[in-house]
Design a protein around this ligand. Structure first.
Ligand code: SAH
Ligand code: F3S
Length: 491
């Protein structure tokens, strides 16, 4: 990957973010204590950390980038694969060393999915940990902190059926001042058999659309130019006054008539700020409806990119994964998307080596990729997660070297497809929202097209946050290179 991959993939953020360097714009005056907060895993975790920072600001904490001076360290953790958990364990060792050598007063709290998964085990296994807080319990932080201040360990891992943090204005961490995440749903009801998320983040809830629009308006007023609506499964967004989606059947006629689904929410967002770029992530193929795609087509400011993980191209494996569609239905969806939005970028997540995956199953994944020719994607070897359906009932029987070989094969294939896709935009004029200086040259800007392709070009008179038309002249497999030809008419 070049300057930067995709913000909209929940996963990619792991690799791209500079963990721990939390640059905060709105430090609260008078706050004396120092919080070091870092996030691992999906975009939702990064977004949650902004909510936590906001709660902590009201408890007298401003953030710091120096571990050595922190009164409190909070690490927002990921459980999606074993490797993600190992990374967090290593960070705890680091905190231990810093506490021992430089900062004996430092307290350490674990947030997020590992906190939820391991619960009190964390306090037993990791002596450094004083505080364990699950994803739905952040509002309890003030009480938990009081316990810790009195020298006791504290824990709250209760999952909620209502909490959406819709009433909390996030403190933007690590911000470029141009793009921001806005969370719209929490939890997931899909129960893919490999996935730990339904266990760590609980039942799916949707956030009040009013509070979403208010957050977008507020971001626009602060100079932001792009938001990414976040959820594990955005297409199942449904607001009818609060409550679980499954209880919608019991809702009153008025609630039903005034309910807001994802297509409607997208429209509300697009209309609220017609110049704000709107992205969303992630879509599950079984829940993505064509009215969403039609809404995307209708509003220019909704970006033409869908992150549409499929996980496997084999019907047999899809079924074992509890993904509720077939490869044929997926192809039909892809055909429909390209028909409604011919220049839509589509990206994937793929898992190789799911239990019982044969060479034939794997070849189905290869041929599915050949059919779609994704613009980009994130590929993983299967990692067994304790407590999931697959973890409990299926043997992790594909040998590691075979998983690695299959992974290498589809990564190479994806690179070829990305290379082909990016060439479609070569020698054209693309619209770029400038986000930051290019990593490779301080004379160049880096930004993205609506399709989420990174574009690098000479800075000239332009500045961060400008929407610029760029004539593309060259490319790598992940980055377009060009020259600005003027401000976009949408600037
Ligand atoms: N709906 C979520 C998915 C979260 S997990 C979203 O918004 O992105 C992100 C990706 O991690 C999944 O799409 C899947 O490809 C991968 N993944 C999840 N569980 C996994 C496991 N047990 N082993 C390997 N990869 C996994
Ligand atoms: Fe996981 Fe499937 Fe939900 S991948 S987050 S259970 S859509």
């Amino acid at each position: 990957m070049s300057d930067r991959g995709s913000y909209t993939s929940m996963e990619k953020v792991i690799d791209e973010s500079k963990q721990g360097d939390s640059l905060v714009l709105d430090q609260k005056e008078g706050n004396k204590r120092k919080l070091f907060i870092e996030s691992y895993g999906c975009a939702m975790n990064f977004s949650d950390s902004e909510i936590v920072a906001s709660i902590m600001a009201n408890q007298g904490f401003n953030t710091t980038q120096k571990l050595e001076e922190a009164d409190l360290v909070l690490v927002n953790t990921c459980s999606i694969r074993d490797k993600a958990e190992q990374t967090v364990r290593k960070r705890l060792e680091k905190y231990n060393a810093v506490k021992r050598d430089h900062n004996p007063k430092m307290k350490v709290g674990v947030l997020g999915c590992m906190a939820e998964r391991l619960k009190t085990k964390f306090l037993e296994e990791e002596k450094i940990v004083d505080l364990v807080v699950g994803p739905d319990a952040y509002k309890d932080l003030p009480n938990l902190l009081a316990e810790v201040d009195e020298g006791r360990d504290a824990i709250n891992v209760i999952l909620s059926k209502e909490e959406t943090y819709g009433d909390i204005a996030p403190v933007r961490l690590n911000t470029n001042g141009v793009t921001a995440f806005v969370s719209i749903t929490r939890g997931c009801d899909n129960m893919c058999t490999f996935c730990v998320v339904p266990f760590t983040r609980g039942r799916e809830r949707s956030r009040d659309p009013q509070s979403i629009i208010e957050e977008i308006n507020d971001l626009w007023n602060k100079g932001y130019k792009e938001v990414t609506l976040l959820g594990q499964n955005v297409d199942s967004y449904l607001w009818y006054g609060g409550g679980l989606k499954k209880d919608f059947v019991k809702a009153s006629d008025i609630q039903k008539a005034t309910s807001v689904n994802f297509a409607k929410l997208l429209e509300l967002c697009a209309l609220a700020q017609p110049k704000m770029r709107i992205r969303f992530s992630t879509s599950n193929p079984q829940d993505l409806t064509l009215d969403v795609v039609e809404t995307m087509a209708k509003y220019y400011n909704i970006c033409n990119h869908i992150h549409l993980p499929v996980q496997s191209g084999s019907n047999r494996i899809l079924k074992k994964m509890n993904r509720l569609h077939t490869r044929e239905e997926y192809f039909e969806l892809i055909d429909n998307i390209y028909q409604i939005i011919p220049d839509c970028a589509i990206s994937q997540d793929m898992i190789v080596g799911f239990p019982t995956e044969t060479e034939e199953d794997f070849q189905d994944t290869v041929s599915l990729m050949e059919y779609v020719k994704y613009h980009f994607g994130y590929m993983f070897t299967y990692s067994e997660r304790p407590g999931t359906m697959a973890g409990r009932n299926m043997e992790d029987d594909v040998p590691e070297p075979l998983k690695k070989r299959r992974l290498a094969e589809i990564v190479k294939l994806q690179q070829e497809h990305s290379g082909q896709r990016i060439k479609e935009h070569l020698n054209t004029v693309v619209e770029v929202l400038i986000e930051k200086e290019s990593k490779k040259s301080n004379l160049h800007w880096s930004g993205r097209t609506p399709q989420n392709t990174v574009v690098v070009f000479p800075k000239e008179k332009y500045k961060v946050g400008d929407l610029v038309d760029v004539k593309t002249t060259d490319c790598t497999t992940a980055t377009l290179i060009g020259e600005a030809v003027g401000y976009s008419k949408n600037n």
